[in-house]
Write a protein that binds this ligand. Structure first.
Ligand code: FAD
Length: 425
């Protein structure tokens, strides 16, 4: 018989996480005025305006301490294989956990802006496990596992985002040495990253899905330069625009094999998109829950707001969508675990497309229900809106998600091999 219950062991794990948050994370959030990073002062407290809008050092140190505690308690690497200290977390488990953490609202347990969480969405580690050479693994696995060090994704260019196969950065080989020239933009985490995973054309011509190669380029390489930091809707910024002028790297920096970059990229996005969808669903549910609760206690014109169908019905619509989406997210994540991630890439895109929109709609409605308070920074809805609005563009835009669904619907993409569709972060 089919069973839609969340398995008992996963329900117990959610309780264990809640307990850990109460015992170890909330006390840290409330210590030393750390709550300034989450209350109405959040954007200002997080941003180092003196350093051009970069994340404040204290803010990043606090996130690091939360991760350290989560790793010591055995939560941070939940998704990693057991041999790397993880718990072999499945896509379904990660989806349920990420929804649960986001449903709790803003906090040090699961900050939106940095995609920080006590249960790490450590896709860099998963890629390293899948695609790293023995030498790269030896160099990276421990640091990535503990989030001590990371690499930024260098896919997008100023002139090319959705159309990754047209990117203009090149790498030319001479013996064991590659020379990279070009530029990349929107490299998240570049201010701290020791390396940039740079996708460059090594053969073929613009538009070819093959002939693109990924390189792990050290950011202290001569010829590499951070040109500027890009300010966004949600500050601080850790997104840079960078250039490569005759940057030399050895063959040992090739990641995932020559010509295989699109597969690496697609793998990254497929994993990330379902988790992002689950987070957006959780954040949407938080906005709905807060609105229902506020409508029950706010009483303009002498009766609770919740008695008005004008207040009820938009929330009913949102809750209906959330229920439908939850079923699709669970089913899709389960199918990824059971049949392989690429067999249901179209469903992953559907989940992502609907979830990110739903979250923006729910945050917008929450602002409306909360009136002036909803527009203020004393409630979290503006922050939720600003962050999740980004997901409608990054990780593949809405249109690119639709393009993938269309590819499966009309049969111009197959369900096994990643094709030359950009899906950039
Ligand atoms: C906060 C943030 C963080 C990011 N982090 C990273 C990162 O770490 N690494 C990285 O490499 N990139 C990163 N990006 C870049 C991001 O992946 C791209 O912005 C995204 O892929 C869209 O590319 P684009 O901006 O060039 O838009 P374009 O590709 O120029 O698209 C412009 C518009 O046209 C639409 N469009 C494009 N093609 C079609 C089509 N065929 N049919 C219909 N509509 C179409 C798009 O959907 C979009 O609405 C980040 C971006 C942001 C904002």
């Amino acid at each position: 018989m089919m069973n839609f219950d969340i398995p008992d062991n996963l329900m117990e794990y959610l309780q264990e996480l809640d307990h850990f948050i109460e015992q170890e994370i909330l006390p840290l959030q409330w210590q030393d005025d750390n709550n300034r990073f989450f209350d109405h002062r959040r954007e200002d407290a997080r941003t180092d305006w003196e350093r051009g809008g970069l994340p404040n050092e204290d803010w990043e140190a606090l996130l690091q301490e939360a991760k350290r505690r989560a790793d010591a308690a055995g939560h941070f690497r939940f998704a990693a294989p057991a041999e790397y200290g993880g718990r072999n977390g499945s896509n379904l488990e990660m989806a349920v956990i990420r929804e649960h953490l986001a449903t709790r609202g803003l906090g040090l347990h699961n900050d939106l802006q940095n995609e920080h969480s006590i249960v790490g969405n450590n896709v860099g580690l998963l890629l390293m496990i899948h695609y790293g050479t023995a030498a790269q693994k030896a160099q990276w696995i421990e640091d990535l596992s503990e989030s001590r060090r990371g690499f930024t994704a260098g896919i997008t260019e100023t002139a090319h985002g959705s159309d990754a196969t047209h990117m203009e950065t090149t790498a030319a080989r001479d013996g064991d040495i590659w020379t990279i020239n070009g530029e990349k933009s929107w490299n998240t985490g570049i201010h701290k990253a020791s390396h940039i995973l740079t996708i460059a054309r090594t053969s073929g011509s613009a538009g070819d899905a093959s002939g693109l190669t990924a390189f792990l380029v050290p950011t202290d390489s001569p010829g590499f330069k951070v040109e500027e930091m890009l300010w966004t809707f949600n500050m601080p910024t850790d997104h840079g625009r960078v250039s490569f002028t005759d940057v030399k790297v050895s063959d040992s920096c090739v990641f995932g094999g020559e010509g295989n970059a699109l597969q690496v990229v697609q793998h990254f996005f497929n994993e990330n998109r379902i988790r992002q969808a689950a987070s957006s669903l959780g954040a949407a549910q938080f906005c709905i829950n807060e609105s229902v609760s506020y409508a029950q206690q706010r009483a303009p014109f002498g009766k609770p707001l919740s008695r008005n169908q004008g207040i009820q019905f938009p929330l009913v619509e949102l809750q209906t969508q959330a229920e439908m989406l939850r079923a699709l997210v669970h089913k899709t994540a389960w199918q990824m675990d059971t049949y392989g991630a690429f067999s249901v890439s179209d469903k992953v895109s559907m989940c992502n497309l609907v979830a990110n929109r739903l979250c923006c709609d729910a945050a917008d409605q929450a602002m409306q229900v909360h009136g002036g308070l909803g527009y203020s920074r004393h409630t979290p809805f503006e922050h939720i809106y600003r962050h999740h609005r980004r997901y409608r563009i990054t990780e593949g835009t809405e249109e690119i998600q639709k393009r993938r669904v269309a590819g499966y619907l009309f049969g111009f993409m197959d369900r096994t091999a990643p094709k030359g569709v950009n899906t950039t972060a």
